[in-house]
Write a protein that binds this ligand. Structure first.
Ligand code: NI
Ligand code: MN
Length: 226
């Protein structure tokens, strides 16, 4: 499993022969101007919630790649109305086996409205399982006790957690989350894109290191192999 960071909360997940893309927000993100979205392959686009900074490039990339949009029912229906009908709706607690991989839609404590004001269902995160690996993409979320369920019943190889504070967990709460989910390999996201979520990256990495945990801050365009 290869996880590529495309900036903000957007990640590519490359499996043997299948490409997933999570929360595409690339062209409006100045920090990601080095990324060519025309070069991104996606068979499935997973969307955690409806906010602009998670869906901005989803319609374009879904149509270009003939991708299946996987999200909650409201978001999948919204894209269908926008002209992209290839979708797979889910809701909290649901797991779907797509053959090469499976996806479980789990709780997130946040909000979810689509860019035009349409109700975006309840926000979530994803557990992605493939080739014996399991990665948790938390989406935008506060620290919450439901994360303990994941830690108690799943073996995570890595987790992608928001660390930018203000709209989501900050560094300290993300470190507590890593305890709840019993995973010490954390990939940070949702930081530095806007002034509201600027962080001190050195402090963040050091904060985790002091607690014997690893916080990985990928450079945009870089990847991690699991
Ligand atoms: Ni959000
Ligand atoms: Mn967001």
């Amino acid at each position: 499993m290869k996880i590529t960071f495309y900036g903000h909360a957007c990640f590519g997940v490359e499996l043997d022969g299948v490409s997933l893309l999570i929360d595409p927000f690339i062209t409006p993100n100045k920090l990601a101007e080095g990324i060519d979205i025309n070069a991104i392959k996606a068979d499935y686009i997973l969307i955690t919630h409806g906010h602009e900074d998670h869906v901005a490039d989803a319609l374009f990339l879904a149509q270009k790649n003939d991708a299946t949009i996987v999200s909650n029912f409201e978001i999948v229906s919204w894209f269908a109305e926008k002209g992209h009908v290839k979708g797979h709706p889910m809701n909290h607690g649901g797991n779907k086996n797509f053959g090469d991989f499976s996806v479980k839609y789990v709780n997130a404590v946040h909000s979810s409205v689509l860019p035009d004001g349409t109700y975006g269902g309840n926000p979530g995160g994803f557990l992605v399982k493939a080739n014996g690996k399991c990665v948790y993409f938390a989406g935008d979320t506060a620290l919450n006790y439901d994360m303990k369920l994941i830690g108690d019943f799943e073996q995570l190889d890595a987790a992608v957690l928001p660390i930018g504070d203000n709209f989501t967990m900050g560094i300290e709460d993300a470190c507590i989350a890593s305890e709840f989910i019993q995973c010490d390999k954390i990939i940070g996201m949702h930081f530095n894109t806007f002034p509201y979520i600027e962080i001190d990256s050195e402090y963040a990495v050091e904060y985790f290191r002091k607690r014997e945990r690893e916080l990985i801050l990928l450079t945009i365009g870089d990847n991690l192999k699991l």
